[in-house]
Design a protein around this ligand. Structure first.
Ligand code: F6P
Length: 346
């Protein structure tokens, strides 16, 4: 290596050090994976908090990681996020992007962000989103913060995810209505709620809706015991019986379980799969507040030089969790609530 090469290498190292210490001035935000009510409130908070904290530019990336890889960017300002706090979905759009699961996709994303001089990225979503975010944080100079946005609440490192409260309330509203018809015609109802891998929605809807039984993926379903439980309810003179089934329950969805119970007890039953209704609608106050707090805290985290973390809320305090822990560690269901459902449905 000649003298000039050594000087050049030292300049590159010096600039790299400056870059790492440099204040974050330009950030981007994207939503990815399943949309969740409250994502818009979160984007609004990021933009307005960022602008008021001297960020020079906030870029919105459309359609999640797919939009990032196609450089589908828009500049966001306080006015472009007006009148969205009450809207469900995500006005930036979202996607489930296979390319971001590959090293080539990560490399391409880093190059695009680098060319646009984006120094910080906030990704709002669930575990798939965080896996991409962690890879970006590891691979490049860009600072990356994740925010939990999914109706499933299945993310370690935060008590609640943005969208969960709205989804629970939407499902609860449906169950209250189902209870009216179930009682009038005296038939058991099997209501399927979302939750691909976890039973957080089922558990919370079950307790709030006074369900007789809930079936969640975390606990092996004993269909014989379920039949006995429904029989006991009928013999006690109960006019309606609501069984809440998480879509990911290992015994199959509500349809399969209901068919088994119906045949075994020779009773007429009905099934209602709530589906994507739970993902839409105006976010509840709780979701809007959580989204606003977490959006602001994510900007703070970037301005403080943090990267590779998810910002969440635990016991009422803002928390930072290393991204790999958000999917690597398991958030437990509240087993006391599970017991309480059985006690309260006598
Ligand atoms: O991850 C949120 C979620 O709503 C799950 O509860 C559900 O299983 C899944 O997304 C449905 O995904 P899609 O909208 O791609 O069908």
């Amino acid at each position: 290596m000649g003298y000039e090469d050594i000087i050049a290498a030292r300049i590159v190292a010096f600039l790299a050090r400056c870059y790492n210490k440099r204040e974050v001035k330009k950030i981007a935000v994207l939503t990815s994976g399943g949309d969740a009510p409250g994502m818009n409130a979160c984007i609004r908070a990021i933009v307005r908090y960022g602008v008021s904290h001297k960020l020079e530019e906030v870029v919105g990336i459309r359609r999640g990681y797919s939009g990032l890889l196609e450089r589908d960017f828009i500049t966001l300002g306080p006015r472009s996020v007006a009148n969205i706090i009450q809207r469900g979905g995500t006005f930036l759009g979202t996607s489930r992007c296979e390319e971001m699961k590959t090293p080539q996709g990560i490399k391409k994303a880093i190059e695009i962000l680098g060319k646009d001089c984006i120094e910080g990225l906030i990704t709002i979503g669930g575990d798939g989103t965080f896996r991409g975010a962690a890879a970006l944080a590891e691979a490049g100079d860009i600072k990356v913060i994740g925010l939990p946005g999914t109706i499933d609440n299945d993310v370690y490192g935060t008590d609640y995810t943005i969208g969960f409260d709205t989804a629970v309330n939407t499902a609860l509203d449906a169950i209250d209505k189902i209870r009216d018809t179930a009682e009038s015609l005296e038939r058991p109802f099997f209501v399927e709620v979302m939750g691909r891998h976890r039973g957080f929605i089922a558990l919370n809807v079950g307790i709030a809706g006074g369900a007789e039984d809930i079936l969640v993926p975390e606990i092996e379903t004993d269909t014989e015991e379920l039949c006995r439980s429904i029989e006991r309810d009928l013999s006690k003179g109960k006019k309606s019986s609501i069984v809440v089934v998480a879509e990911g329950d290992e015994a199959g969805g509500a349809l399969r379980i209901a068919q088994h119970v119906g045949e075994r007890l020779s009773v007429e039953y009905r099934v209602c799969v709530l589906g994507h209704v739970q993902r839409g609608g105006s976010p509840t106050a709780r979701d809007r507040i959580l989204a606003s707090k977490l959006g602001a805290a994510a900007v703070d985290a970037l301005l403080n030089g943090k990267s590779g973390y998810m910002v969440g809320e635990m016991n009422g305090e803002i928390s930072l969790t290393p991204l790999p822990e958000t999917w690597g560690k398991r958030k437990e269901l509240d087993t006391n609530l599970l017991r309480l459902i059985k006690i309260l449905s006598v």
